[in-house]
Structures are given as C-alpha cells and as structure tokens.
Write a protein that binds this ligand. Structure first.
Ligand code: SDX
Length: 430
C-alpha cells in the first residue's frame, strides 16, 4: 500500500476531499473513494471501465504489454510447461504443487468426476435441441441440491470440497450436454485417464467400443482448458463474486458465472466467431465484413477481436494460434477453409487503420473455435468448454473473497427518473 493521497474539489462542496491512493505490487494505483458517500457523492463508471471492484492476488493482466500472469507465472510458460489441473491448484492455493501435492490433488479431482445418477433425470427434461449452455446453467446450479453436507461457505473444508467437486464434475456435465443433444448414452468417467483425455472419452466414446483418444488432441484440449482458466475480474468472474458476496452457495455462484459467460460479447464469442467465419464463407467476402465491422450504423462486430483490457495482442490468442496450426496439421486439415479465412481476416484487420487506431487485436476466442471444430466439438458446445476451463478461476476468486473480509456488493446509481409525484386514480388518467 502507499501513503499517497488524491485531492478532489467539487463545486458546491466546501473544502477539498482527500482520499487515500493505494498501490498494488503491479498495475495502476487505485483511489479509495469510500468516503465520497459521506460527502453526498457517488462515482459514476458504467461498465466499470475505470473501477477496481476488489483486491486480488490471483491473476494480473497488463493490457498494454499483452501480459497475463497467474500467481506471477506467465501464461505462455504455464501453457508450455504446466497442465490444466496443476494450474487449477496454482490458482486456488497460490503456489505450484510439489510432486506429492500434485499427485494427491489429481487423485482427488479424478475421484470426484462422477455425478449423482439422479442428474440423468435432469437431462431427460431438456428438449433434444436445448442449447448446452442453457443445460449447464441448470444442472450446475442444481448440484447444490446434492451436497447439503458441505454448503457452509465459512468452513474452509466445505469450500475446498466444493471447489474439487466443481472442477471435477464440469467435464462430466459438459459431455452429458453433448450426449443428450446426440441422443447417445452418457459415458461414465474413466478415472484412469487424464483430465482432458477423460473429457474427450466422455464426449466421443460410446459403450460399444473402447475409446481411442489422439494424444495430440488430448494435449490441445488440456491447453485450451488452461488458457481459459482465469482472467482477473472479467464479466463472469465479477458475477461470481457479486453472487458470492450475498452468501450464496458455490454451485449457485458458478451457475451465475456460466450465465454471464454465455453472452456473445464475452465467452459466447467463440461460438459467434465460428458462425461469423461460416457466414463470411469465402476469402473474397472478408473486405465486405471488415467494412461492416467499421460501419458505426451497423451493429456487426468482428467477433473474436477487441478486448476491454488488452490493447495489444492477447497472449492466449498467440498460444491458441500455435495449437491451431499443430492440431489441424496433425489432422491433415491445415488447409481448412475456415482457418484460411481466419488467418486472412486477421491479417487484413491488423493492417486496417480502424482496428489499429482502436487497438483491436484477436482475443482468446478467435482461434479456439477453429481448433474445437477440428476436434469435432460442435459450435454450440464451444462456450461450455470455455465455462469448464474457467471454473478454476471462478472458484478461486470466490474462495479468495469468502476467505477474507468482504461486504455484499451493492452498487449505487445516477437516478434520472421522475421526482416524487402523487398516485393518479384510474378514472383521472387520460
Ligand atoms: C472475452 O474481460 C475479459 O477478460 C474477457 C475474456 C476472459 O477471458 O474472460 O478475455 C473473454 O470475453 C474476450 C472478448 C470476446 N468478445 C468478442 O470477441 C466480441 C467482439 N468484441 C467486442 O464486443 C468488444 O471488443 C469487447 C466487448 C470485447 C470489448 O468491448 P469494450 O471494451 O466495451 O470496448 P468498446 O465496445 O467500447 O469498443 C471500443 C471501440 C468502439 O468503437 P467507438 O465507439 O470507440 O467508435 O472499438 C469498437 C467499438 O465499436 N470495437 C469493435 C470491436 N470491438 C470494439 N469494432 C468492430 N469489431 C469489434 N470486435
């Protein structure tokens, strides 16, 4: 922290309002505006563009440098040298595990992959064409109905077991969404497989024959989960924190995060990118769509481009592009037409002065969909994959908040509605 101060003078308010300025280990200083209410003032910052809503030690993003650190470790190094479950441990506990800690953690997670058999009945209630994200919102929230023994959020052991259950069961539930949409039998987890391998087994396996999982695809899937694991105070993580600040149970909080992630401006962008590339359909039409994206009167945006924080490249997008080349190359699909359109679109956009001036670069969602499509994952499952990976970050932020002193989140407003007026009886109205 620091002893820096900020002084504010406001017309109509006597004197100067002095506020503490706090410094973190990295990133901008923050002005603690807590005392403004006592002076009859609120701050006003729709979309929280300039607002730090909490203190956190989990993830740091430097948008100007294209830097993403998880507990201080660069995402590029984690993607190259770590794996998803080790990153889950790091996000939650703050340190990389020892060999024994890692073995024990992986064993714990893999021993919680099954869901209660009654969950099967939940899926029977969904239409065959239900969107997987709609199903995930429902079934993840409903998990709370099975764990009455461990919902005391003030008990660290209950928080720990809930975190393990959520990380372990998200792939199982995600695969169940896919199997439901295909009318195929659900696959039970195989705890002898790795986390991502097991997910692919539950997605693409069937009870009639043994699963054959390509190790390149399994590794790519694990890195995709890892790249989506956490991203500071994004919209869905902030939703999880806000829901958690009321004391809601972790399953309900993660369900609220899934709901927020679904939007096309956030996690739903990966599905929107694929739909956009398929709509563009041919390299010859790229200029037409770039022009639409630049037209202020056209609501169309180039999906997979731009970011609230990154005003340089999104480091995850660069790793994702590398995986894309590797997986499609391994599958002999390096000439995939959508990949060709994506690469041409990226090149054109990065050379276009509109995108350069507005600092719009490909984000994590731009290439992820192409990889997932190549793996055989349907477009409407892309955001479910994002939610599965992001569960680690959501639950780490939830735990960080609940483990420290916190207040219920309750923003104020700038009210511009009617001043007080008397009720108008029905017979007096026009
Ligand atoms: C994720 O927050 C996170 O960390 C999110 C995430 C995570 O890991 O949790 O990184 C995951 O959500 C990535 C973003 C995925 N969304 C998309 O790809 C959808 C397309 N992108 C945009 O909708 C937009 O860029 C946002 C929502 C991502 C960011 O929006 P901001 O920060 O509110 O910026 P803005 O909308 O104010 O845009 C600034 C300007 C605007 O033009 P002007 O009003 O200044 O004239 O840039 C333009 C926008 O019109 N712009 C775009 C654009 N994105 C912004 N123009 C064309 N195409 C785009 N994609």
């Amino acid at each position: 922290m620091s002893d820096k101060k900020a002084q504010l003078t406001v017309d109509g308010i006597d004197g100067t309002i002095e506020m503490p300025v706090l410094s973190g280990t990295l990133g901008p200083d923050v002005v603690d505006v807590g005392k403004l209410t006592g002076k009859g003032l609120f701050t006003y910052d729709p979309g929280f563009v300039s607002t730090a809503a909490c203190e956190s030690k989990i993830t740091y993003i430097d948008g100007a440098k294209g830097q993403l650190l998880h507990r201080g470790y660069p995402i590029e190094q984690l993607a190259e040298q770590s794996d998803y479950l080790e990153t889950c441990y790091l996000l939650m506990n703050g340190e990389l595990p020892s060999a024994e800690e890692k073995r024990e953690y992986v064993e714990t997670i893999m021993n919680h992959t099954m869901v209660h058999e009654s969950i099967v009945n939940f899926f029977k209630g969904f239409r065959y064409d239900a969107h997987p994200m709609a199903m995930m919102c429902g079934v993840v929230g409903a998990l709370a109905s099975f764990y009455h023994d461990s919902l005391d959020i003030n008990d660290p052991e209950h928080r720990r077991i809930s975190a393990h259950r959520l990380i372990a069961k998200m792939p199982t539930l995600a695969a169940m969404c896919y199997k439901h949409s295909k009318g195929q039998p659900f696959m039970y987890p195989d705890n002898n497989l790795g986390y991502a391998e097991n997910f692919l087994h539950m997605m693409f396996g069937n009870p009639c024959e043994p699963s054959t999982i390509d190790p390149i695809v399994a590794k790519a899937m694990d890195v995709i989960f890892l790249l989506h694991a956490d991203h500071e105070q994004n919209a869905s993580t902030s939703t999880v924190r806000l829901a958690g600040s009321s004391g809601a149970n972790p399953f309900a909080c993660i369900s609220s995060g899934i709901a927020a992630l679904w939007g096309p401006a956030h996690g739903g962008a990966n599905e929107a990118v694929l739909n956009m590339l398929q709509e563009i359909g041919d390299e010859s039409r790229i200029d037409e769509y770039v022009a639409k994206a630049k037209d202020k009167n056209d609501p169309f945006r180039l999906m997979g481009f731009g970011h609230r924080v990154y005003k340089n490249f999104d480091p995850r997008s660069r790793v994702m592009q590398g995986i894309c080349d590797e997986v499609l190359g391994a599958m002999g699909a390096e000439n995939d037409p959508l990949l060709r359109i994506a690469k041409k679109l990226e090149k054109i956009a990065l050379e276009d002065e509109y995108f350069v001036e507005k600092k719009l670069y490909p984000n994590v969602d731009f290439y992820s969909g192409i990889i997932m499509k190549a793996i055989g994952i349907p477009t409407d499952m892309f955001t479910v994959i994002f939610a599965t990976g992001r569960t680690a970050g959501w639950i780490a932020h939830w735990n960080e908040m609940i483990s420290n002193p916190y207040k219920i989140g309750r923003p104020r407003q700038l009210y511009t509605g009617y001043t007080q007026r008397d009720y108008m009886p029905l017979d007096k109205r026009k």
